[in-house]
Design a protein around this ligand. Sequence first.
Ligand SMILES: [Ca+2]
Ligand SMILES: [Ca+2]
Ligand SMILES: [Ca+2]
Length: 252
Amino acid sequence: MKIRTYSRVIGGWVGLLCLVATGGEAMPLLSEVYYDAPGSDDGQVFVELAGLPGTSLEGYALEGINGSNGAAGPTILLGGTIGSSGLFVVADRTAAGSTAVVGADLLANFDFQNGPDSIVLRLGDSIVDALGYGVFSASEVFAGEGRPAVDAAAGESLARRFANLDTGDNASDFVVLSTPTPGTADFSPVPEPGTALLLGIGLSGLALAGADGRKRGAFRGAAASGPAYNAASSNASSDARSTRGSSGSSRT
Ligand SMILES: [Ca+2]
Ligand SMILES: [Ca+2]
Ligand SMILES: [Ca+2]
């Protein structure tokens, strides 16, 4: 079972490598971001990365990009190694040095803004992955990929839809989770090339990802049942967020 799971992990990352071709090795990706807890965000919010177990995060950094003016910050310098789960959780710490985020791998003092804003994952000066969320006006700065993801409501997170797939379009790659899941993930099966879902989200690179016959790319061999993604919630949030986006960003 474990061997099979591992082969899935490797297979998934081989597919990803073909898709993103970032230069010789599979990079970690943003897996989930939780930037707006109900009420205060202090010690509540987190960013989850996904990558090959054993990947060192030395030299990587997470950085917010302010949607209203493009300013960078906060910047979190990463360290440590992605564990056997394939996930790594960076959690906000309180002034007292603790966090409410269960299973945090690294604590830092940060609070990414409620949208429209962006979060980037850098290796040195190179951007490895980026997620912009919310409704950006013409004068606001989108530093994500493709189209922005929706802006999750307070208490909800944005999570990558497919474990081994980064299409470069945040709106396609991220969905809203009604319940954030730091340290765990239940990725959707990657659809077959030519399916309605595939065509609907424009994942032209899927033929590469599925070329070895593996349809599922969960790092952790998660159960094949449907994910906990809340599509209804996502739609509702989309409606509410237009209003919020136009009122500007805030940190709480
Ligand atoms: Ca990406
Ligand atoms: Ca998660
Ligand atoms: Ca909040």
